[in-house]
Write a protein that binds this ligand. Structure first.
Ligand code: MG
Length: 250
């Protein structure tokens, strides 16, 4: 069952999304060579608590952080640690969730650390483009495959690997609700209706599609050790344009 969000639920979700956007605004500011992923986690945690929200990730299936911090070949679910520090030329994906008044916002962005290679720049640009191509299809009357296909088309054009085992998801009272959203076409003709909220999150690789999970049972990395990027917004289907939930509210 896919839940259609009520006006009140949307209001609370937008607040949660605003808090996620506040965290990203800060991440963009503080990410520089030498900062540890634990420091980034603490900063994110403090912002979320100060806004009277709950860090959605903390304790989720035992996850020990308020953010996922995934560097270079790491795709998603990297665990923050004081010994893990970013350096010039790295790319780092920060994924964060905030629960406000029972509703969840979920959003990720991949940041360059200092000056990065042209190839990494191309990866970031294309993965962000894939996210917004997917968002543009989040319209009542479209089907899930329209979003998946739009993401896939950018990846194919740029000859990037597409992570197959992970994807987008419905979001609302829980971080992970139905439906699952693939980042490539699978023939899913589930109709998108007004009030559906989906976290759209392409994960694209400079190399192949394959990923492996580390011994910590969380960190997902590319099998060929090539860099990976991840961009995510929580998006609502309306009777008009798609509404990005994880953005700053004026
Ligand atoms: Mg997500």
């Amino acid at each position: 069952m896919i839940n259609r969000k009520s006006r009140d639920e949307i209001k609370r979700m937008r607040h949660a999304g605003h808090i996620v956007a506040l965290v990203h605004q800060k991440m963009r500011e503080v990410i520089e060579p030498g900062i540890s992923t634990k420091e980034l986690d603490s900063i994110a945690h403090d912002i979320i608590r100060k806004e009277r929200a709950v860090p959605t990730f903390l304790g989720y299936h035992g996850f020990p952080g308020s953010i996922c911090a995934s560097i270079n070949e790491q795709v998603v679910h990297g665990i923050p640690h004081e010994d893990i520090k970013v350096k010039e030329g790295d790319i780092i994906s920060i994924d964060v969730g905030a629960t406000y008044a029972g509703m969840v916002g979920d959003g990720a962005w991949t940041y360059p650390v200092g000056k990065i290679s042209d190839e990494c720049q191309r990866l970031l640009k294309a993965t962000e483009e894939a996210l917004f191509a997917g968002i543009a299809q989040m319209r009542a009357g479209n089907v899930l495959d329209d979003i998946s296909g739009a993401i896939e088309a950018v990846a194919v054009r740029e000859k990037l690997g597409i992570v197959r085992q992970y994807g987008g998801h419905g979001v609302g009272h829980e971080m992970h609700e139905e439906p699952f959203l693939f980042n490539y076409k699978v023939g899913d003709h589930t109709l998108i209706k007004q009030g559906y909220a989906i976290a759209i999150e392409p994960m694209l690789n400079l190399g192949g599609d394959e990923v492996v999970v580390a011994d910590d049972e969380w960190t997902v990395s590319t099998a060929d050790k090539m860099p990976s990027a991840h961009f995510e917004h929580t998006v609502l289907a309306t009777d008009d344009e798609p509404l990005i939930i994880t953005q700053l509210m004026s």
